[in-house]
Design a binder for this molecule. Structure first.
Ligand SMILES: [Zn+2]
Ligand SMILES: [Zn+2]
Length: 373
């Protein structure tokens, strides 16, 4: 092979299929054959021009594949879970590199490595030469020092590997609703607790499945797309509310009817719509928890009454990305969950159709779109 085919985003709304020269692989790196790339909401946001990135970009961060060429020092230059690595190994790449361990954020909040501004994140980097094949929308990717690499667990079905990154997001959203302390204290998520999941796109669907796996009681899913709600029901949702055929007052009434008149113990906002956040404050019970995970990009403002947060004694918790080790519970969940998680993947498409794949996202009948370069 003399070149690598890559789908390169050159500007918002513009994707070119390019032949990039075959890269040389430094000793401290490895070359990964990309088997599958999950398309993510953030890829679509980039495509729609909602994100500042240094175009041209080989986009895509939900990449899984096999090691095609292993540099002689690669095992020492990165964080490897389940290693040592060998050529031919199936691997799952965490998009973010290691934190720098030196900046103010790293020194003050080492448990939140995703807040370090000195990380590099695959799929968001500038392409200026073959050594920058650092996104998943290509036949091959270079994995550089400071990367985090999980060897695919033997008990994880191959078709679920590509769900690792969204499962990291989903497991963290659910874990953030756990309350430190005794589970019998009545606060936070626990066995039998009621949860509303607003928005059941691929992330919301995985959140529903993680909640079911983790022992939640009522799981009430809301969305405007029927095919998503139907899938939420297959993954453990106990109540489906289509927001186009109900209003906020009706949804509040239904949630209260299902929760002894109180409201949900936890509400997880995964829709990324400002009005959904305002509604989350109404659907949650007094003393409850709201998890805000949907607004990865800024989609505007909404009117809320701060009194509600005060009066209900709410914990409102943001979730942005995850520590790299979040892939461990994510992979355990994907390996151990008996629900039909792989049916979240509704489309598998070739690299040449990637722009069409981005257009499909969010429409009726479309759940997770996966590219097979
Ligand atoms: Zn993602
Ligand atoms: Zn840092």
């Amino acid at each position: 092979m003399s070149s690598v085919r890559a789908a390169v985003m050159t500007a918002p709304g513009k994707i070119e299929i390019r032949e990039v020269a075959w890269p040389t692989v430094p000793d401290d790196c490895f070359l990964m054959k990309v088997d599958e790339l999950g398309l993510c909401g953030s890829d679509k946001h980039m495509y729609l021009g909602h994100m500042q990135v240094p175009f041209p970009v080989v986009f895509g961060h939900e990449a899984v594949g096999h090691i095609a060429k292993l540099g002689s020092k690669a095992n020492d230059s990165m964080n490897i879970i389940g290693g040592p690595l060998q050529e031919g190994d199936a691997v799952i790449i965490v998009p973010s590199s290691d934190a720098c361990h030196h900046c103010t954020m790293c020194l003050h909040a080492p448990d939140r490595p995703y807040l370090c501004p000195n990380r590099e994140v695959h799929g968001f980097l500038n392409l200026s030469g073959p050594e920058d094949l650092r996104g998943g929308s290509a036949e091959y990717m270079i994995i550089r020092p400071r990367s985090w690499v999980f060897k695919a667990p033997a008990d994880l079905p191959a078709e679920r590997r590509v769900l690792a990154e969204p499962a990291a997001v989903a497991t963290r959203a659910v874990e953030k609703a756990l309350m430190p302390g005794l589970p019998t204290s009545g606060s936070g998520l626990g066995i039998g607790k009621s949860v509303v999941v607003q928005g059941v796109g691929p992330i919301g669907l995985l959140i529903v499945a993680v909640l079911r796996y983790a022992g939640a009681g009522q799981i009430i899913a809301t969305d405007s797309v029927n095919s998503r709600l139907e899938m939420a029901s297959k993954l453990g949702a106990t109540e489906l509310l289509n927001i186009t055929s109900s209003n906020v007052a009706q949804r509040m009434e239904r949630v209260r009817a299902l929760t002894e008149g109180l409201g949900a113990d936890v509400v997880i906002e995964a829709a990324g719509v400002p009005a959904a956040f305002a509604e989350s404050l109404q659907l949650v019970r007094r003393g409850g928890i709201v998890i805000e995970i949907g607004h990865y990009t800024d989609s505007g403002a909404v009117e809320i009454h701060p009194w509600t947060i005060c009066n209900k004694d709410l914990d409102v918790r943001g979730v942005w990305a995850y520590p790299q080790m979040q892939f461990e519970p994510a992979l355990r969940f994907l390996a151990g969950c008996t629900l039909p998680l792989e049916s979240i993947i509704s489309h598998r498409i070739p690299l040449d159709d990637v722009a069409h794949g981005l257009d499909l996202m969010g429409t009726e009948g479309v759940l997770k779109v996966v590219v097979t370069p």
